[in-house]
Design a protein around this ligand. Structure first.
Ligand code: FE2
Ligand code: FE2
Length: 231
């Protein structure tokens, strides 16, 4: 299994030590808006909101590429490129959705209630605002959409790396939950969150590769070959 050769602790430290990407004004506004609603401190409720939003651009890209592939089916080179984006979008949104389920299981296990901003209408309003924003950005420039997502994922990777170091008790908390075990077959909740953070790095790497900035890819030992999709 691939996770056996990945040193999750080492990669969490590497994520934390790597300087953040120099975020655009648009990305800074998004992160600030999130902090205003949820507070600056990382919490499981905040992670659930982040994961809810994280699926959206991938879903929008998938829909967009499917339409374009159908329209331009005679152009094999284009179809291959669009198909790669579509498959990546499907896998990434499934992975983000799994993160959401994992956060939910952790909250259930610890008996933590959802924060106020996870009750309707706030997530609905945020999702309904983010869908047209993602759609418009992809329509305007798909490469800019990839770069914007790379910024989002870079931010997420750093958030999870810090979140784990703020909660050392997770390294003493064994994972017994069957659903979480299907996501990551690791011993402790600390490693589950490290795995989530490393998934965000995979997403980040693919986004940077897809937008033509492969120099920002941050490799690690045991990186899955599916990451070779764009580089
Ligand atoms: Fe995620
Ligand atoms: Fe992600």
């Amino acid at each position: 299994m691939i996770d056996e050769i990945i040193d999750l602790k080492k990669e969490q430290i590497a994520s934390a030590n790597r300087p953040r990407y120099k975020y655009s004004i648009a990305a800074r506004i998004l992160f600030l808006a999130m902090d205003i609603v949820t507070g600056r401190k990382s919490t499981l409720s905040k992670a659930k909101l982040l994961e809810t939003l994280a699926c959206i651009p991938y879903r929008e890209w998938e829909i967009r590429q499917y339409i374009r592939m159908t329209r331009r089916y005679r152009n094999q080179e284009f179809v291959n490129w669009a198909d790669a984006i579509l498959k990546w979008g499907r896998a990434a949104q499934d992975n983000e959705y799994m993160h959401l389920l994992v956060m939910n299981e952790k909250m259930k296990e610890d008996g933590i209630k959802d924060a106020w901003y996870l009750f309707p209408f706030i997530p609905y309003f945020m999702v309904l605002s983010y869908i047209p924003l993602s759609r418009m950005l992809a329509l305007f420039s798909i490469r800019r959409a990839f770069l914007f997502m790379a910024e989002f994922e870079d931010h997420a990777e750093h958030v999870y790396a810090q979140f784990v170091s703020e909660n050392p008790e997770w390294d003493e908390q064994p994972v017994k939950n069957e659903l979480v075990k299907t996501y990551a077959d690791v011993d402790t909740w600390g490693d589950v969150f490290r795995r989530v953070g490393l998934d965000e790095r995979d997403h980040r790497n693919n986004c940077f590769a897809a937008c033509g900035k492969p120099e920002y890819i941050f490799k690690y030992e045991g990186m899955p070959s599916s990451n070779d999709l764009f580089y």
